[in-house]
Write a protein that binds this ligand. Structure first.
Ligand code: PMP
Length: 389
């Protein structure tokens, strides 16, 4: 992650700079900057003041399994899930992590340790197209406990395994269930996008390990706060141990900021649509998708997935998904990422997600100016060969 060469600096988002035709639009990462205007409008309401003598201890709540979890954050997380209705959080252990990225690794450790003498590392699978970071995060340290084994649909090895279920899925927004379904399997549910702005909330999710993140729920990726809701005490304890060893806990400043902002988001849910962050986000995402579908409809080269209408308990309406990413498909034999790169749009190609190069994932969470410029450039691409050098 980092600014692309030649991209317009992101330091002054309030200025409506026009993108020059030469500038690069970086839609490779799902950086959730589109939500900045909502939070800016709230002014000081979310400000947290921290004095020099605050939060100096390593510890937060030594009686809790996750001893570095601030009680205010734990409370806010549970209240938020109750308010949104997207997950069962009562009687669950909450484990906080430096983003859900750290919790993913903590969960792998917890489900595979202490390890089996002389045995192969446990296979980790996920249905393709899968979130591209899982593979890297799983194999980065060449653990003897677990190993990436790719697409869950083609997994046929006997014995224990871990399946990651990402729902709604990154990259394609699909609502997914486990696919291997054998009794030796353990599941990690990554529910980063199970929030009303991205998808209808059809039921409270109720799984053994559920991962959520501040990055995608409210858009505060920079605070690096994620949380896991865990059923099993031993698993929660092992996940806590992993975080203890890797970072001796999680920044308390970040936790307090997250607690404050989640509290404001919960309060906003009692108010009108424009004050309700999730309803505001839902309208914004629906608007972006409508504009994108309009452009793609007139294209001979591109297509997008379709999503069914479902009843959303949160907005009390039928709605379809408006995923954080567009999973764009090009006509056969076209490298979608290269085609878009030739038009100075940076995306992530299908091969990184375990499928073909005719696909590319495009973040729809950028600032408005970049999104509009992206649509303009996309609508100008008339042939698959155009612009490819
Ligand atoms: N899981 C999924 C499916 C994601 O898309 C992301 C972020 N792109 C993460 C986990 C990691 O989120 P965090 O910022 O909390 O580390």
């Amino acid at each position: 992650i980092g600014p692309a060469k030649n991209s317009v600096p992101a330091t002054n988002p309030t200025k409506k700079l026009l993108l020059s035709p030469d500038s690069i639009i970086n839609l490779d990462h799902g950086d959730p900057t589109m939500f900045e205007p909502y939070w800016r409008k709230l002014g000081e309401k979310c400000t947290v003041e921290i004095s020099g003598s605050d939060l100096m201890s390593y510890c937060s709540d030594i009686g809790n399994i996750c001893w570095f979890l601030e009680p205010q954050l734990s409370d806010a997380i549970k209240r938020l899930h109750r308010t949104v209705g997207n997950a069962v959080s009562e009687d669950r252990y909450v484990v906080v992590g430096t983003g859900s990225t750290q919790l993913y690794q903590a969960a792998l450790f917890a489900l595979t340790s202490p390890g089996r003498a002389e045995a192969d590392p446990i296979s980790v699978v996920c249905a393709a197209p899968y979130y591209s970071s899982y593979q890297e995060e799983t194999d980065f340290l060449r653990s003897g406990l677990y190993k990436w084994a790719g697409d869950a649909y083609s997994f046929d090895k006997d014995g224990p395994y871990i399946e990651i279920v990402t729902s709604p899925n990154n990259p394609d927004g699909a609502i997914l269930e486990a696919v291997v379904n054998r009794k030796e399997g353990k599941l990690i549910h990554d529910l980063a996008y199970y929030w009303p702005q991205y998808t209808p909330i059809t039921h409270p999710a109720d799984y053994d390990i559920m991962l959520f993140t501040f990055s995608k729920s409210t858009g505060h990726a920079g605070s690096r706060i994620g949380w896991a809701l865990v059923n099993d005490k031993v698993v929660a304890r092992k996940m806590t141990k992993f975080i203890e060893v890797s970072s001796t806990g999680v920044s308390k400043e970040s936790q307090l900021r997250a607690a404050k902002i989640l509290g404001v988001a919960i309060e906003g849910c009692q108010h009108s649509d424009s004050e309700n962050f999730f309803k505001y986000g839902q309208c914004l995402m629906a608007e972006r998708w409508e504009k994108l579908r309009d452009v793609v409809k007139n294209s001979q080269i591109f297509s997008l997935p379709k999503y069914p209408q479902e009843w959303c308990n949160f907005i009390s309406k039928y709605s379809e998904s408006h995923p954080a990413f567009a999973w764009l498909k090009c006509k056969e034999d076209t490298n979608c990422e290269s085609l878009l790169r030739a038009h100075k749009i940076l995306t992530r190609g299908g091969e990184r997600f375990g499928v073909g190069q005719e696909y590319a994932r495009i973040s729809l969470l950028s600032r408005e100016r970049d999104f509009n410029q992206f649509l303009e450039r996309l609508s100008g691409i008339k042939t698959a060969g155009q612009g490819i050098r």
